[in-house]
Design a protein around this ligand. Structure first.
Ligand code: NAD
Ligand code: ZN
Length: 352
């Protein structure tokens, strides 16, 4: 059975494994990174639990762990302090100590909040990511960003806390709703657009569907390269925000009824159009990006005007003081950071 492994060399290094059927045999791998842990405390959500929690539990028990499980309600509204307090109580009740382990089993919501609980409970407990959405496998489970939302905005409270291990079981993607898979596809396309023209070409030919493991592995390897060079998000990591400034604006303007990936997909098209208008990229790149996004079941247009999206751009984390950093497209496979003065943003967005 093919298992790809990517070694991420951050301050605290770890492996990411990618393959099929890995959840039912994750116990032995988890044991290797936590030889002394007694308790493995699983946090999952109410959709993922009935699908995958039993097999993970069995495998952890076989590896000698005492297993506890906590199930949160699925969806973004759960990524909040109320849920976090529930997780802390669960950890306390389960007798988790500093030498034990948290296991995040689910999508990005479970991964982000479990990671943050791990970063903060007892001033830091080890954790393992078992991502079950495409987005979580290619993006949120790697890189050590953990977070919860507050009413004022998404991901505004968080910590950098690297996992001890990430296990991506590609078989788990089979149960994803089509729209949730497409959400992840937006991030996959992003990696090709900003970093790897060859990957992009393969995606244009349908490689995400025909060669899923190899595509996911390549995306994680790109994220590894970027994160290793900029663990604490002070420069290069901003490239991963391609399509995200306008994407976040669309999410916010829709009152979060448009999902992250769907919003980022449109954000990428809009920023490519802007790059083209600024004569920084050729029309063919915008065309290819738009067609590739459409081919993966994502919309390429929004009903919101730039006028409506503009105010949200300033609540983006990439906005500092009197300037904002945008990620513009040079060509397929190459994006770059462009810092604009706040007062120039209207002109860039094409607002009169
Ligand atoms: N930490 C980071 O670097 C980072 C990066 C990108 C996104 N994020 C965060 O990730 C979150 C979005 O992640 P997401 O898209 O995975 O959302 P999610 O965790 O809400 O999962 C989407 C839906 O799919 C369900 N699901 C999960 N796995 C399934 C499976 N295998 N089969 C069937 N259903 C399944 C979930 O229950 C949920 O209803 C956001 O909160 C975002 O802020 C974090
Ligand atoms: Zn994203």
């Amino acid at each position: 059975m093919q298992v790809n492994t990517i070694h991420v060399k951050t301050g605290s290094p770890y492996d990411v494994q990618i393959g099929e059927g890995l959840l039912e045999r994750c116990g032995a791998e988890v044991r290797k990174v936590a030889p002394k842990a007694r308790v493995a405390a699983i946090v999952t959500d109410d959709i993922v639990a009935p699908l995958y929690a039993d097999r993970v539990e069995c495998s952890l028990i076989e590896a000698g762990f005492e297993v506890a499980r906590h199930t949160i309600k699925n969806g973004e509204p759960s990524k909040c302090h109320e849920t976090l307090i529930g997780i802390y109580s669960f950890l306390n009740k389960s007798g988790v100590t500093r030498s034990d382990l948290l296991i995040a089993l689910g999508g990005g919501v479970v991964g982000d909040i479990t990671g943050y609980a791990a970063a903060t409970y007892l001033r830091g407990v080890a954790y393992v990511q078992l991502p079950t959405t495409l987005l979580a496998q290619v993006d949120s489970s790697v890189g050590g960003k953990t977070a919860v939302d507050i009413p004022e905005g998404k991901n505004l409270v968080g910590a950098f806390w690297q996992p001890k291990l990430v296990v991506c079981d590609v078989s788990a993607l089979a149960t994803l709703p089509k729209e949730t898979f497409a959400d992840g596809a937006a991030e996959v396309i992003k990696y090709g657009a900003i970093w790897d023209a060859e990957l992009f070409k393969r995606l244009e030919q349908g490689a995400l569907y025909s060669d899923t493991i190899s595509v996911i592995t390549r995306c994680i390897d790109i994220k590894r390269e970027v994160v290793e060079k900029d663990e604490f998000d002070k420069g290069l990591r901003a490239l991963l925000n391609f399509g995200h400034t306008l994407g976040h604006a669309i999410e916010a303007e829709s009152g979060y009824t448009v999902t992250h990936g769907a919003a980022v997909a449109v954000g990428m098209v809009l920023i490519a159009q802007i790059s083209q208008r600024m004569r920084l990229t050729d029309g063919i790149n915008t065309k290819r990006l738009t067609a590739c996004i459409a081919r993966h079941g994502l919309k390429t247009e929004t009903g919101y005007s730039m006028q409506e999206l503009y105010p949200h751009c300033f609540s983006d984390k990439k906005c500092e003081g009197d300037s904002i950093t945008l990620v513009l497209l040079h060509e397929i496979g190459m994006a770059f950071l462009y810092t604009a003065k706040n007062e120039d943003l209207k002109g860039i967005l094409g607002i009169q």
